[in-house]
Design a protein around this ligand. Structure first.
Ligand SMILES: C[C@H](O)[C@H](O)[C@@H](O)C(=O)CO
Ligand SMILES: [Mn+2]
Length: 418
């Protein structure tokens, strides 16, 4: 049977439940995923005075073929994008600017340093998102930035954050789609603090100063990413979930929830509906924590499916910006992007093919037996046949055929790199 024939058969199973499969695929096409550039070079970036990765995050593995120039990174992204169905966005960090070999400190970065990215995004019909980089820098060596006790250091990072928001604004103006500029700082302490309040007051004041520069949300939207702990900030993180939740609500900013940034049994899928009651919009970093915030490649596991379901059943696809955040250097990096992003899209498709209204109704009626039974049965519905058809329709390889292309790219391009 062809992919088309399988699709026609599979469709009937879903139609029995009143699911309009073609409409679901149309809806899926409209959902952009913000693909993080940093999977392609182990969060190295292109600063002329590149420094070792810091900030309590770590990339392990030494798989050959890492991108070491902007051209290589863009070429690798193009390869991955050619294997991922749909129209997406690319998420950049401030360390990915291009300065012709000149040292430009973080508080001096300008839109012009990202012109090549914008030209490339225009050519490939992509939106761009942005992140100030508060790690891998001598002024972040002690693990403190916007909450630093030294005003000079704080001011440096405030200038960097404002410069980053200006770059987001530039992306939004040039590309006709607002950039999400996400602030994640590593600030915290390894051991039990004697004062939790003062650093948080400083972070609040720094953010107030950063946002005193108004930027039209038509071009740039601000988000802030909380965290529970990092390497070197095991006991205390200044920018905790509660800190940013309060700040975002009061100041009309977005909270960005990273799926690896909570207690091990705490899940982002359970936060979305609660937060959307009070926040118009949210952002996500979909990652996969394995025992800690390990940033493994996203797989189609229970939590990913549950996130997809929450976004779809709560009609939140327009309210939640979906970004990815994983970095694995132990496997082919183009494959990592492809696997993780395809899985994110699969989770959304799975949710769109679920009889959500019927299941909600069962719950309202207290019919938990049928609710559980159907939720389980739908796991083995012919979802794969619909996915394959979607890939074929979108002009990307169905099933594992994309792997041949990655292997070929590895042979002809990645393995030739020094
Ligand atoms: C590189 C990213 O900004 C970083 O992963 C951040 O988003 C994070 O999740 C830190 O743990
Ligand atoms: Mn993150």
């Amino acid at each position: 049977m062809t992919i088309q024939e399988n699709y026609q058969e599979a469709k009937k199973h879903y139609e029995k439940w009143g699911i309009d499969v073609d409409a679901a695929l149309e809806q899926l096409k409209q959902v952009p995923i913000s693909i993080h550039c940093w999977q392609g070079d182990d969060i190295g970036g292109f600063e002329a005075d590149q420094q070792e990765l810091s900030g309590g995050i770590d990339v392990t593995g030494n798989y050959p073929g890492k991108a070491t120039t902007p051209e290589e990174l863009r070429s690798d992204l193009e390869k991955a994008l050619s294997l991922i169905p749909g129209k997406h966005r690319i998420n950049l960090h401030a360390i990915y600017g291009e300065t012709d070999g000149k040292v430009v400190d973080r508080d001096e970065i300008k839109p012009e340093h990202f012109k090549n990215w914008v030209d490339w995004a225009k050519n490939h019909d992509l939106g761009l998102d942005f992140n100030p980089t508060f790690f891998s820098h001598s002024k972040a060596d002690d693990g403190l930035t916007l909450a630093h006790p030294d005003k000079e250091i704080r001011d440096f990072w405030i200038r960097h954050t404002i410069a980053s928001r200006r770059i987001g604004e530039y992306f939004g103006k040039e590309l006709g789609t607002p950039a999400l500029t996400n602030i994640w700082i590593p600030d915290g302490y390894k051991d039990i603090p004697s004062d939790r309040l003062t650093p948080r007051k400083r972070l609040k004041d720094s953010l107030d100063e950063v946002f005193s520069v108004e930027i039209d949300e038509k071009y740039n939207v601000d988000a802030m990413e909380s965290k529970l702990f990092g390497i070197g900030s095991e006991a205390y993180v200044v920018g905790s979930h509660e800190f940013y939740m309060g700040y975002a609500l009061k100041n009309n900013k977005l909270c960005l929830l990273d799926t690896g940034h909570y207690h091990p049994t705490e899940v982002v899928s359970n936060k979305i509906s609660a937060m959307l009651l009070y926040n118009d919009k949210l952002a996500l970093h979909v990652s996969r924590p394995v025992r800690w915030d390990s940033d493994h490649v996203v797989i189609l596991d229970d939590e990913l499916r549950e996130i997809g379901l929450e976004l779809v059943r709560n009609d939140a696809l327009d309210k939640v910006s979906i970004g990815l955040d994983f970095f694995d250097a132990s496997i082919n990096r183009v494959a990592a992007w492809t696997i993780g992003t395809r899985n994110m899209i699969k989770a959304l498709l799975y949710a769109l093919l679920t009889p959500n209204e019927h299941l909600k109704q069962l719950q309202e009626e207290g019919n938990f037996t049928e609710r559980l039974a159907l939720m389980e049965e739908f796991k083995t519905y012919p979802f794969g046949a619909i996915w394959d058809y979607y890939c074929e329709q979108m002009g990307v390889p169905a099933k594992e055929a994309w792997l041949d292309e990655v292997n070929e790219y590895e042979k002809t391009v990645l393995s030739q790199r020094k």
